[in-house]
Design a protein around this ligand. Structure first.
Ligand code: UT7
Length: 340
């Protein structure tokens, strides 16, 4: 038998968010895709989003979000032993964004790796980080969701150009003397993996010898919409049950920011009471895939500091189709006020 000392319970110690400075209102997009500001607002809730500057990278955005999360958690980078970066838009296959990030942050010895679970990536990372701490593998884990989707979206595509956006969000997860993160409910519907695609593949581009084309995201909007409302509500309920609570015990519901109509339908299906605050950061941030849940968490706590320390249901879902959700205790109030 291996004689191991088990880890401790886990909780989120701090959250940070970063959004590029360039605000892109619907009016800047509609002409290219024969749409209207009114249609986009009604069908998605999006009013504006942020696009990174041409020379602003995944690492720049991730670094800013991590520095804020570390500061708010009052944890030094040297205390971080594991870094998980969730992204589908880092333009290098290897080495990982996580290794470049941890070197920039000043602790190039930490364990570091990227995960690809698309818009569910952050919630996958939270589940892994929590279990690493509980098992004793890690003590302090930085989980980052970051995307520069403007690089991987066809600006002429009527089905996606108005949805996707750029940004980064990060949390520091560390030891706790009580459970601050519930069990992760996760899974996939891999038979429907063609519903959201990034194509063409590198192989296809090599065969075409093409510098003109570039991988772009595409999706079957209605199919994903139906799956999200029907299946993700069930997953959300399972996460609530797994945490041993009821919807009335929640302070906040922070789902992936894909569409306000999906968010509201899910809340209804789950039976989220009116007392629970529902994150709708999509209105000003668009869909930032892996970054959307931590960005929405960060924005919510800025607007509603009274929610610090309350329970929140997180749920991410996207390309794969994959999903992950868990109930978490929102981080405690930092000593300095959050800026976003
Ligand atoms: O983050 C990954 C997970 N992704 C999601 O969760 C996305 C889920 N899907 C959605 O959010 C929605 O399906 C979209 C926002 C993508 C699309 O909204 P929709 O209500 O499903 O639109 P639709 O495709 O059913 O089209 C409805 C109508 C059609 O016109 P008719 O046939 O009713 O006359 C479309 O031609 O809206 C038209 N339309 C547009 N009109 C203006 C479709 N796209 C546009 C557009 N601007 N961009």
């Amino acid at each position: 038998m291996i004689r191991v000392k088990k880890g401790t319970d886990s909780r989120i110690l701090g959250v940070g968010g970063y959004q590029p400075s360039r605000i892109v209102p619907n009016s800047e997009i509609v002409d290219r895709i024969d749409s209207t500001d009114e249609w986009i607002r009604q069908r998605t809730g999006i009013e504006e989003r942020r696009f990174a500057a041409t020379d602003e990278t995944i690492l720049d955005m991730a670094e800013a979000a991590c520095r804020q999360a570390l500061e708010r958690a009052n944890i030094s980078i040297n205390e971080i032993d594991t870094v998980i970066v969730a992204t589908i838009t880092y333009p290098y296959q290897a080495p990982s964004a996580a290794t470049a990030l941890i070197a920039r942050l000043g602790n190039p010895k930490a364990a570091a790796f990227d995960i690809n679970a698309a818009c569910a990536g952050f919630c996958y990372g939270v589940g892994m980080a929590s279990d690493f701490i509980r098992s004793g593998t890690s003590r302090h884990v930085l989980v980052v969701g970051v995307e520069k989707l403007s690089d991987f979206t066809d600006p002429q595509d009527r089905a996606t150009a108005f949805i996707f956006a750029d940004g980064a969000g990060a949390v520091v997860i560390g030891p706790s003397d009580y459970p601050g993160i519930g069990p992760t409910v996760w899974g996939s519907d891999a038979d429907s993996r063609d519903a959201i695609l990034m194509e063409p593949s590198w192989n296809e581009l090599r065969e075409e010898n093409s510098l003109e084309r570039w991988p772009n995201i595409s999706q079957q909007g209605q199919a994903v919409f139906r799956w999200a409302v029907f299946s993700m509500s069930k997953a959300g309920l399972r996460a609530i049950e797994a945490a041993g609570i009821t919807p009335a015990d929640l302070a906040a519901f922070i789902p992936h920011q894909a569409n306000v109509r999906i968010i509201e339908s899910m809340a209804r299906e789950i039976g989220i009471p009116d007392s629970v605050v529902i994150a709708k950061d999509i209105r000003t941030s668009g869909n930032t895939s892996a970054a959307s849940v931590p960005l929405a968490m960060s924005a919510l706590l800025k607007d509603r500091p009274d929610l610090h320390g309350g329970l929140a249901l997180l749920i991410g879902y996207g390309a794969g189709l994959v999903f992950a959700g868990q109930v978490v205790e929102l981080p405690p109030k930092p000593s300095s006020p959050p800026t976003k």
